[in-house]
Design a protein around this ligand. Structure first.
Ligand SMILES: *Cc1c(COP(=O)(O)O)cnc(C)c1O
Length: 339
């Protein structure tokens, strides 16, 4: 697996730290939990999309694009990181945001990631729920191309074979860190949505013959559908890397038991996970992805799925900027005033 064959703009702060979570591990009394800090990739509050964008934006630049477009949910971390990356390269950025939750909350609609999209100078337009957002985006791209602009479109979440290279790279980086420190990893767990993260990791781990089981905690689609999406993208990514037979269907495992009421709607277990990480480890999770991923991790530890003596690495994919869009998901005291 020779990633230097592909154009890449080195912008992320890599390698991201790999750290033990001592207090959380102790509180749960199960396996030793470690965290891979992809929330610390450095670009505009960080997150997993930055690794994908290193490859995607290099391709955009190589094609001479003067406008990049992408799409996501209102509080999309991907749209925010794309806006930021484009700002850094001096490229124009236009985003389509889908109202997936139907929330009228002012913070949800304008704070958090949305605030940052505009701060980075992106332009945006909104769509109602349930449309084919990639098709919506391509239609807008055609409109701009008709004006003579060279447009580079990035699918939702940056999840295509080019973007997934960023997570094949993460597998390489994580394994290197583990080997240097003689840290045997028994399991890797992370939140999975548009599938690029898991697809890239699966391909990278298989290409390196790591033999570490990978579990994606789904945040949107049912298990079967999520696994199929990841598998298809993993196959295409492996093809791109010249190892077409690297990934089998059984390598792709997702658990969608922690979605709760739906995408972008945190449940009580999501809030509990966010507060446990904040209070035991001073680490900020998010209400849409990592809070649900961690809720799955915690519940599976409580059920004995991951055991004492094992070592589990949770990949923190970022998203904390989204917390500020979810003020009302937390019932903290607002009655206090000047004494
Ligand atoms: C996008 C995102 C994910 C999921 O990654 P995919 O590659 O879309 O599956 C997880 N966590 C955060 C914070 C994200 O923004």
């Amino acid at each position: 697996m020779h990633l230097a064959r592909f154009p890449r703009i080195h912008l992320a702060h890599l390698p991201t730290p790999l750290e033990p979570l001592k207090r959380l591990s102790e509180a749960l009394g199960g396996p030793e939990i470690w965290i891979k800090r992809d929330d610390c990739t450095g670009l505009s509050t960080g997150g997993n999309k930055t690794r994908k964008l290193e490859f995607l934006m290099a391709e955009a630049q190589q094609q001479g694009a003067d406008l990049v477009m992408t799409q996501g949910a209102t509080q999309s971390n991907h749209a925010r990181q794309t806006s930021a990356f484009a700002a850094k390269l001096g490229m124009r950025c236009h985003i389509l945001l889908e109202d997936r939750t139907g929330s009228n909350d002012e913070n949800y609609n304008f704070n958090g990631n949305v605030l940052l999209d505009f701060m980075h100078g992106a332009s945006a337009e909104k769509r109602g729920p349930g449309l084919d957002m990639n098709a919506e985006m391509e239609a807008v791209a055609e409109r701009e191309r008709a004006k003579g602009l060279k447009v580079y479109t990035i699918p939702g979440g940056g999840s295509n074979p080019t973007g997934a290279l960023g997570y094949a790279n993460c597998a390489l980086e994580l394994l290197h860190q583990a080997n240097e420190r003689s840290l045997k990893i028994d399991h890797i767990v992370h939140a999975t949505g548009s599938a690029g993260t898991q697809a890239g990791l699966v391909v990278g781990l298989k290409a390196l013959n790591a033999q570490i089981p990978l579990l994606g905690i789904g945040v949107r689609a049912p298990k079967e559908k999520q696994e199929e999406t990841v598998f298809k993208l993993a196959q295409a990514t492996a093809q791109k890397l010249g190892i077409p037979d690297a990934v089998q269907r059984t390598d792709v495992v997702a658990n969608s038991d922690y979605i709760g009421k739906g995408y972008g709607i945190p449940g009580p277990d999501t809030i509990e996970a966010i507060e446990m990480f904040a209070r035991l480890e001073a680490i900020l999770l998010d209400p849409v992805y990592t809070g649900k991923g961690a809720a799955g991790l915690i519940d599976l530890i409580r059920k004995g799925h991951f055991r004492k003596g094992e070592r589990v690495v949770f990949i923190h994919t970022g998203g904390a900027a989204g917390l500020f869009g979810y003020l009302n998901a937390f019932d903290y005291d607002r009655s206090w005033k000047l004494g």
